[in-house]
Ligand binder design. Structure first.
Ligand code: NAX
Ligand code: ADP
Ligand code: K
Length: 493
């Protein structure tokens, strides 16, 4: 699914109005109807509804929603926050339509603020994607009051006060909704961890903007949903054999960290690879043979750390990093690997930290190497950033400069391609914030690379499958009890 910036959403709006054709008022009616259909599935009509409207088109939506809900026998109270003398045309039109149904209450100043019954559901339609400056004055006061109340809040299109695609200041007044119903596209703001409390659960309501415009308009931001992930899967053919699915090599583990090697190896085998070899330090030999009988093992001459690169010519993909540490001998091994490698490569964990501490190695990264840093590893690699928008831009610049693919891990992992495109992931949950889940991701993506998936697809699909397995694991174990091995158990499609 594409993610458009505010300006492009406005253009999609205008294009649809001109070409559908449909009047802008009818488009607002359609959007409001879509919202109302969603709302009626969530909330019964015995609960009182309070709709807080601004005076732009977001407020116009609020007025239309008020009328449509009252037609469905909801008890609706409409409050208009008088932040400006002027109102948009469609706000006016909906204000007139509403007059026959309901009286509205104007909020000019703090004294006009209503008492809010505890069971009232609040619909936030004060400011939408037209936000051009921070909410101040009476808007900020209403936002503060609603945030302080215990009531459920549903934001129309986007929380009032939240910029759709740029950074807010810390002190900005922004609604903290329980959920947001966004028109046609998710907003870039929804992908940023720092905005979690200003988004809540979010849903996309298809309001029928022009398909032609959407498909013809380029964007750098995407959201990987089920259908997009599934269409990347290459089916296994009936007469295929283990040679069809590649032979991967994972270099992982050190004394005390053999678990990382085992997790990545198991995940790799559970993701469809034909053959897997593990290169590990001497101390891990028996552990590995017993834990993963399906994997072949090459043993490093060093007992505790990886020090010597094995023969690598025969592998279709190589993954390196989980639990390897940063010993000098391991730095040397990575440098040799970068010089010799001719196949697909994934670099994770301490192997990324080695890159950060030896930046000359970055010049030797093969094109389309997949890097899987968590935020701290990324910071070591690419430097500090003031906020998550800046971090994303830093990742895009880094990926373009070094022609690599970066999986910036976290909720909504951002897969940043070497052309600067960003694919945010839709799966996964906070139960995955536990040691070893990153090693599992290394195994999955290495497996897909070995099977011949293009690195872009291996990264996007691997991240999706990892999160999906995490979601299945959390259904059974719950988020607190699940561990990385549970994620591996739930792999497969
Ligand atoms: N294609 C779409 O996405 C559609 C959008 N619609 C609605 O239209 C909204 C956008 O409407 P508008 O562009 O009128 O903008 P808003 O309703 O978000 O903002 C209203 C007006 O307030 C002013 N304003 C901005 N920031 C302010 C602030 N901090 N304090 C006071 N005033 C401020 C601006 O001049 C803006 O035009 C969307 O969020 C959505 O709810 C729907 O009606 C129909 C279709
Ligand atoms: N809150 C979350 N929601 C979704 N996924 C998460 C969350 N927290 C962590 N994850 C996922 O779990 C993995 C953690 O990786 P990492 O930090 O490298 O762990 P480790 O080094 O212990 O293996 C990443 O793939 C990340 O996207
Ligand atoms: K809103």
């Amino acid at each position: 699914m594409k993610i458009f910036k505010t300006e492009q959403i406005r253009q999609a709006d205008a294009y649809t109005i001109a070409n559908a054709p449909i009047s802008s008022l009818d488009l607002m009616e359609r959007a409001s109807n879509t919202f109302v259909r969603w709302f009626c599935n969530q909330f019964v009509n015995t609960r009182p509804i309070g709709i807080f409207c601004g005076k732009g088109n977001n407020g116009g939506d609020g007025l239309a929603i008020a009328r449509l809900l009252s037609e469905k026998a909801y008890q609706v109270k409409v409050y208009i926050v008088e932040h400006s003398e002027d109102a948009s045309e469609d706000f006016h039109a909906n204000f007139i339509r509403l007059e026959n149904h309901l009286t509205s209450f104007k909020i000019h100043s703090e004294v006009d603020l209503p008492q809010i019954p505890a069971n009232m559901v609040i619909i936030d339609a004060m400011l939408g994607s037209g936000l051009s400056r921070a909410a101040t004055g009476i808007l900020a006061e209403v936002i503060q009051k609603l945030n302080d109340a215990p009531n459920k809040i549903v934001s129309v299109d986007i929380a009032s006060g939240l910029y759709a695609d740029r950074q807010n200041e810390k002190e900005d007044a922004i609604i903290k909704p329980h959920c947001t119903v966004s028109f046609q596209f998710p907003k870039l703001a929804f992908m940023m961890p720092q905005n979690a409390e200003f988004v809540g659960n979010w849903f996309v309501a298809d309001i029928g903007l022009s398909e032609n415009f959407i498909s013809a308009t380029p964007t750098s931001y995407f959201y990987t949903d089920k259908s997009e992930a599934e269409c990347k899967i290459i089916p296994r053919k009936k007469f295929s054999h283990k040679g069809t699915f590649g032979h991967g090599l994972i270099l992982a583990g050190s004394h005390g960290k053999m678990g990382a090697a085992i997790l990545s190896g198991r995940a790799c085998l559970r993701s469809g690879i034909g053959l897997l070899s593990m290169h590990i330090p001497g101390c891990g030999y028996e552990i590995m043979q017993i834990s993963i009988p399906e994997a072949m093992v090459t043993v490093d001459p060093d007992h505790k750390h990886l020090s010597k690169l094995p023969q690598i010519e025969s592998y279709s993909a190589i993954g390196i990093g989980p639990g390897v540490g940063k010993e000098k001998v391991t730095v040397q091994l990575l440098a040799t690997l970068l010089k010799q490698i001719k196949t697909r490569l994934l670099i994770d964990a301490d192997a990324l930290n080695i890159l950060s501490e030896n930046p000359y190695l970055l010049d030797h990264l093969p094109e389309k190497t997949v890097l899987t840093p968590h935020p701290k590893e990324f910071q070591r690699l690419a430097g500090e950033s003031k906020n998550e928008y800046e971090r994303l831009e830093l990742a895009r610049d880094f990926a373009k400069k070094h022609k690599v693919i970066i999986c910036l891990k976290g909720a909504n992992t951002a897969v940043v391609l070497s052309n600067g495109d960003v694919h945010f992931n839709s799966t996964g949950n906070a139960g995955m914030a536990t040691g070893g889940t990153g090693d599992v991701l290394t195994g999955i993506i290495t497996s897909l690379l070995a099977q011949g998936y293009e690195p872009e697809d291996a990264a996007i699909l691997g991240v999706y499958q990892h999160g999906l397995a995490g979601d299945k694991a959390s259904e059974i174990k719950g988020q607190s009890a699940m561990i990385a091995s549970d994620v591996i158990d739930k792999l497969g499609w």
